[in-house]
Design a protein around this ligand. Structure first.
Ligand code: KIV
Ligand code: ZN
Length: 392
């Protein structure tokens, strides 16, 4: 029997569409777009909205400040590098939020320390202690991220996490910055760090996965199984390179497979399609047709066998209802793979009722047309049937 999730199994949804998502080439948003998307995220039940990177530009600062002023329910976070000026700027930007958060990060992997930071391990540990404490002096809610955590030796990662918690971090994020981890590795990293670091029970652990190997959502779910209770994700999975874990996929996986993923989120899933469409419209960044949950084909069936099954019982080929993600209806796409049952259903929908012979002839005409034409629209079917009725 499936047990109802308890509070301990509540997974917080941290949306970074307006920060990591906007970093994706071609997804820049205007100030007004960002405010609109922030309101949709808030209404949908996102727990934390990462509104931007205030030090990055005047525009980013203004957008984060305005979102902090307007959003009343969700926590509003601003990103900051482990640099005094960044943290002060992020603190100023989220100052007016009901629930402000500073999210500060530093790289911890050997390759980043050697080539990007040009700092020793000890120097980075000192920076973590100092900058987290500075952020904590400005707000109660401080998230610290170990950039490139998945390529960081576990002993050193534990030392960094312990330093951040001691300095006052309330959320510890262990990102798979370059999308390198496998699910088993990611889960075991969370288990080890949580087991080994003193005081880890005082912090919420967070997953943040990039999709370079197409594993972002799988890794996210594995991280939750490893004990993480915050998920960082973006609408439509937009983000650097191959993107971030897609919010709608993570949320619907949790909701649909509660039998094996006994967790809960606060997301109103019926808003997922609207959020996806609005984001795609404001960024002009298209959603691939076969994208899970929100792609145009996600609830479309063309093969005759599938259409026949769907007409008998939708659960034959759908594991969630279209309504649960805000789509009004499953669509049976009429094409060369469609069978007689779907054709008959389409005629009923268009207001036609044909006798057996006329139906047989019309179906044949439809099949001939579908062989020649990629998409058969309702108008084509109306024309076929009118012709059939006319010739009878
Ligand atoms: O991918 C990453 O490591 C990040 C951090 C800033 C959290 O986006
Ligand atoms: Zn990222």
């Amino acid at each position: 029997m499936t047990q109802a999730p308890t509070q301990a199994d509540r997974v917080l949804i941290f949306d970074t569409t307006l920060r990591d998502g906007e970093q994706c080439p071609g997804a820049t948003m205007t100030f007004e777009d960002k405010i609109e998307i922030a309101h949709i995220l808030d209404e949908m039940g996102v727990d934390i909205i990462e509104a931007g990177f205030p030090i990055a530009s005047e525009g980013d600062f203004e957008a984060v400040s305005e979102i902090a002023r307007q959003v009343k329910r969700a926590t509003v976070a601003g990103l900051a590098r482990a640099i005094e000026g960044d943290i002060a700027r992020a603190g100023a930007a989220v100052r007016h939020a009901e629930r402000p958060r500073i999210h500060t990060f530093v790289s911890t992997s050997p390759i980043h320390l050697a080539h990007q930071m040009r700092k020793s391990e000890d120097e980075v540990v000192e920076i973590i202690g100092r900058t987290v404490a500075q952020a904590r002096g400005l707000v109660e809610d401080v998230e610290w991220s170990a950039m490139d955590a998945t390529r960081t030796p576990i002993d050193y990662l534990c030392r960094c996490v312990e330093t951040a918690i001691r300095a006052g971090a309330t959320t510890i994020n262990l990102p798979d910055t370059v999308g390198y981890a496998t699910p088993a590795e990611y889960m075991s990293m969370f288990r080890s760090v949580r087991e080994r670091v003193p005081g880890s029970d005082r912090a919420v652990f967070s997953v943040h996965c990039h999709n370079d190997l197409g594993l972002a959502v799988a890794n996210t779910l594995a991280g939750i199984e490893g004990g993480a209770r915050q998920v960082e994700c973006t609408i439509n999975g937009i983000g650097e390179r191959a993107g971030n874990a897609a919010l709608e996929e993570v949320v619907m996986a949790i909701r649909t497979r509660r039998d094996v993923l006994p967790y809960a989120t606060g997301i109103d899933t019926t808003m997922l399609t609207r959020a996806s469409k609005r984001l795609s419209a404001v960024t002009s960044f298209p959603v691939q047709y076969n994208k899970a949950i929100v792609g145009r084909n996600a609830f479309a069936h063309e093969s005759g066998i599938h259409q026949d099954g769907m007409l008998k019982n939708a659960e034959t080929y759908e594991i969630m209802t279209p309504e649960s993600v805000g789509v009004t209806k499953t669509s049976l796409v009429m094409g060369k793979h469609s069978g007689r049952a779907a054709f008959k259903d389409k005629l009923r929908e268009l207001g036609y009722s044909l006798g057996d012979n006329a139906l047989q002839d019309a179906f044949k005409r439809f099949k001939d047309l579908a062989d020649r034409k990629k998409h058969v629209y309702d108008e084509d079917i109306v024309a076929i049937v009118d012709e059939e009725i006319g010739s009878a």
